[in-house]
Design a protein around this ligand. Sequence first.
Ligand SMILES: Cc1cc2nc3c(=O)[nH]c(=O)nc-3n(C[C@H](O)[C@H](O)[C@H](O)COP(=O)(O)O)c2cc1C
Length: 197
Amino acid sequence: MPNLLHISASIQGDTSVSRSLSTALAHALGKKSGGDIIERDLSANDLPLIDGARFAANGTAPEDRTDAQSELAAIADTLISELQQADTIVLGVPIYNFGAPASLKVWADLVARAGTTFKYTPEGPVGLLTGKKAYITVASGGTRVDSDTDFMTPWLRHFLGFIGITDVEVIEASALMAGDADEKVSAAKARIEALVS
Ligand SMILES: Cc1cc2nc3c(=O)[nH]c(=O)nc-3n(C[C@H](O)[C@H](O)[C@H](O)COP(=O)(O)O)c2cc1C
């Protein structure tokens, strides 16, 4: 049965636009496929910032880790396993200060593991999490998605590609404070309905 990983990052709880869109999409896709949905809400801010010791532990093969390193690498092991188990990844992400929420950057720092999610080659890095499909639902106040000042969407697309997830679709409700917010959210919902029908 295909599994789905739903990652959300907004700090706005139930009033979040990006989360309401990603939840609707994740549930509709999950219902259609009949697979499990793994939930990862990054707004809990319970992921540790990467530091030197954790980075070294993450890069050490499990059989070579000390007990302390196994403990340090455990959270990254879990996050990577969530990605590996998923056929589809739905990410609900707001734009914060023109970029990604800090919690999503923390997540990326933990799941980027050489030899597991990507590998180095003489031709450059190659992503190892292939054969997956990702959807990103984006919300913002004033920054239009893929405009010159949107550093979130291109970064996230690039990062997912870096770990092998190259089939990425973006559904956006951006620049909501610039007007027509209801229409923009309705258009995004209609796009989701069309995607799952
Ligand atoms: C800390 C913070 C920083 C923000 N920075 C931006 C920004 O740079 N550009 C923008 O368009 N909106 C910005 N916003 C507004 C949010 O992107 C907007 O409220 C959006 O709806 C948030 O997504 P959500 O509804 O899923 O929480 C910011 C909001 C917060 C809380």
